[in-house]
Every structure is written in C-alpha cells, then in structure tokens.
Ligand binder design. Structure first.
Ligand code: AMP
Ligand code: GLY
Length: 422
C-alpha cells in the first residue's frame, strides 16, 4: 500500500515511524513532513491546505490511503474534496468530513451535540454580538472562575479562564468584538470543572470503534504546570489514575453515546476521535473533542501500540474496524519536548541541532525541524520529542532526560517534571 501522511509535526513523524514498520507499507510520502519524517519516507513540498495538489499527487503516485495529521485540513473539508471527485473518491482519507469535524471546529456545535446525546460536559450557553447583553447577564449568574471559549479554531488560544465577573465581561466584549477574528464571533460560556485531565483516543469507521492507549499531556511551559499554555511540553501513557472503573464510565457515558450520536446525526466520521476529558471525583466529563490525534500524545501512544497501525487503518477505511485486535505494550511511555528558547512567545529558528546520533534508549521524534545542506536545523517552537519506554514512567522519564541533555541547540528548553503529578 502506498500511503500519504499530511502534516509536519512530531505527531506526523510518529505516524511515519509506525506506518513504515508495517509489512503492508509500500511507498510512504509525507506532505510536507520534516527532517524526521524523511527517515521513513519521502517528503513532498505540498502544503496541507492545497487539496488540489494533494489530489493530483495521490493520483500520479498511486496512493492507496491518506492519513491526515492536523485538524485544519479536516475542518476545511479535505475528506469532502476527495469524496466529491469521481477520480479521487476511491482513495480513502482517514478523518471526518467537514460537517463531522465541527466537533472540533466549533465549540458551539460540540456542546449542542453533547447536549443532544446526554454526554457529560460542563453546563454552557452560547452567545453572539446580538445576544451580548444576555451573555453579560449570564456571566453575572455564574460563580467564578468562568470559562469563555471562542467557537472556532483559534490556534489553541481561544479558551480563557476568568477569575472574576468583571474580567469575564470584558473578555466577552473583546471576543465578540473580534479578539480572535471570526473564530470568536460566537462565544461559549461554560461552568468551570475542577478535576484532573486525561486524553482518550479511539479510531472509528462510523460504526465500529477501537480504543488506543490513554495519555496525558502537559501543556504549560513551566514546571509544576505553571506559565503560558503551549502546544504540549510532554506526555505520558498510560495514566495511573485512569483505572478500569473510570474507563468503563468513559466507554458507557462518552465513547458509545458519541459514536451513536455520530450515526444518528448522519455525520460522516471515519477517523480518529480525541476525547479531552476531565475526571471530577472519578466521574468523566468532556472538555473538548478533537477530530485527530494529539501532539505530543501520539508520540507516546504509537510506541505503545504493538499491533500494525496500517492494518487498523485499512480496516477503518473498509468499515471493518476491530477485525484485528489492538495490542498494547504494557510498558509506560514518556515523551519530553525540547523547545526553542522564548517559546510559546517569540523565538528564533534556524539553530543547528547536534547530538541526535548519540541518543540511546529514546526515539527522537522531530517536530519543528528542517534539513538544509546536510544540517538539521530548528524550524519551530517545539523541536524534538524524546520518547522512552520503561517499567514505569519515572524510569522512562529518566532516559528521556538523559537524552534531552545529549541533543543540543542554542536556546534549548525542556520540562524536567513530565508526569510529576501522577
Ligand atoms: P481547549 O482549548 O478546549 O483544550 O481548552 C484548554 C484548556 O482549558 C483545557 O485543557 C482545560 O485545562 C481548560 N478548560 C477548558 N474548559 C474547561 C472547563 N469547563 N473547566 C475547567 N477547565 C477547562
Ligand atoms: N496535545 C493537545 C493537542 O494535540 O491538542
């Protein structure tokens, strides 16, 4: 099978690493990829937003399967683009169609979906510029902290947790006034849930589903979960507090009703679902849906997947998911993200990365990297995710830490406490 992966981060490197190990894998391409993905396949300089070039490439290279990493092309309708064209419709694109991708692309859509199907989530209401006064009154009725969410995609910055009524009111006015452009033309205001977060991943063909390993990511830049939010500074899998009882609740109250809701609402969803969950006194609630795998969660999930991902993806595309059981490694995995100095605010790119060849015991998944004239250079805020497996995550973390010192680039920063709260 010839496979095309769309995207260029650590998640896509992990996908390329895993898929290339499959005996079924023929030619593997990554568009646009990074310096790590090219170790497992061929990078192609096509941006993920250019569906017509992706379609033309897929035809001329006899692509049998396309795996979409990031959310933007899904929300923008890459699946629909392929399905609408007679020459492309037989090339399966793993991911939901645009209407189903609204589960991630529109917070309001996701909240209404959860309300319709009795899926536990924070109480909420949605407002736009015409209902600003009602929004301000609604804020008055809430007990802070109050959570405000831009309805649309806002590069991970669209959620604000406000400590007072005054702050929430000012933010609502700013958001509806265009603080996040069109993404905040509608705003969801919701109840603050106090608990501990974790991430559950499933693959679904719209009818059947299989579960992938549970993970937890660490989003804040500083140790002890302090400072600004980032794309993710590290992750662990499994998650010690997610026991059988909690997973049964997740399955019965969240996963199964979501899959049934997708069917009842006639949504075309053949891909990954990422449930961002919070356990409140051991009861799970949905914080958000994502229509893709997480980054850096993928960098701990796939190294724990013993079965062949390409087999699962092939079964997903054929509507036969679950024919081959998902096998998961019992060991714990940790990933530690090396980031550019200054990230998540302004940072420089183009710094030479050295020492990758001396990494022992970890898999260096490339995130923001680029190869130029034989040198590997930094090309983003998140640069390299160092994944290790161990008897437990502390052992795994020790190996990732050692290798974090081995890989060098100017301005390098990483958190030493991934998994500290478990
Ligand atoms: P999101 O962009 O939806 O992932 O939200 C970013 C972060 O905001 C989440 O990972 C949570 O830590 C936090 N958050 C979002 N919604 C709530 C909520 N209702 N209660 C508490 N924390 C929340
Ligand atoms: N690590 C969180 C995300 O991928 O959205």
């Amino acid at each position: 099978m010839n496979v095309l992966i769309i995207g260029n981060g650590g998640r896509e490197h992990a996908l390329a690493w895993k898929i290339s190990q499959s005996p079924l894998c023929g030619n593997l391409f990554i568009a646009p990829g990074n310096a790590g993905t090219q170790l497992h396949g061929t990078n192609v300089a096509i941006p993920p937003s250019n569906f017509s070039e992706i379609g033309a490439f897929a035809l001329s290279n006899n692509i049998d399967l396309i795996v979409v990493g990031p959310e933007a092309p899904l929300v923008d309708g890459i699946v629909d683009y392929f399905l609408d064209r007679p020459d492309l419709k037989n090339i399966p694109v793993i991911g939901p169609a645009a209407d189903a991708a609204q589960l991630e692309g529109s917070k309001g859509f996701a909240k209404a979906f959860m309300e319709d199907y009795d899926i536990p989530t924070a109480a909420y209401r949605e407002f736009d510029v015409d209902s600003l006064q009602e929004g301000l009154a609604y804020i008055e009725e809430q007990t802070p902290p109050i959570v405000l969410k831009a309805d649309g995609l806002a590069a991970g910055k669209g959620v604000l947790i406000c400590g007072s009524h005054e702050e929430a009111k000012l933010e609502l006015i700013e958001m509806l006034g265009g603080k996040f452009g069109g993404a905040s033309a509608r705003v969801v205001i919701e109840e603050f849930l106090s608990g501990i977060e974790f991430s559950v991943f499933v693959m679904t063909d719209g009818e059947n589903y299989v579960r992938l390993p549970v993970a937890k990511d660490y989003k804040r830049i500083g140790e002890g979960d302090t400072g600004l939010n980032t794309g993710g500074m590290g992750a662990v899998s499994p998650v010690s507090f997610v026991d059988e009882t909690l997973m049964e609740k997740v399955e019965d109250r969240i996963i199964i009703p979501t899959i049934k809701g997708i069917q009842t609402s006639n949504l075309n969803y053949k891909g990954f679902i990422f449930f961002g969950l919070i356990s409140v006194d051991q009861d799970p609630f949905v914080i958000e849906y994502n229509c893709r795998l997480g980054d850096p969660e993928t960098e701990v999930i796939l190294p724990r997947l013993k079965s062949d991902l390409l087999v699962h993806l092939q079964e997903l595309a054929a509507g036969k998911l679950g024919t081959t059981p998902v096998e998961i490694e019992g060991k714990a995995a940790t990933t530690v993200m090396l980031v550019s100095g200054g990230y998540p605010e302004a940072y420089e790119k183009g710094k030479q990365i050295t020492g990758l060849e001396n990494v022992v015991g970890s898999i260096p998944f490339h995130a923001g990297t680029l190869e130029e004239q034989g040198q590997i250079l930094t090309n983003g805020g998140r640069v390299i995710a160092l994944t290790s497996l161990g008897k437990n995550f502390r052992e795994a973390l020790k190996v990732s830490q050692q290798n974090a010192d081995v890989v060098q680039f100017e301005g390098k920063y990483f958190r030493k406490d991934i998994g500290f709260d478990l």
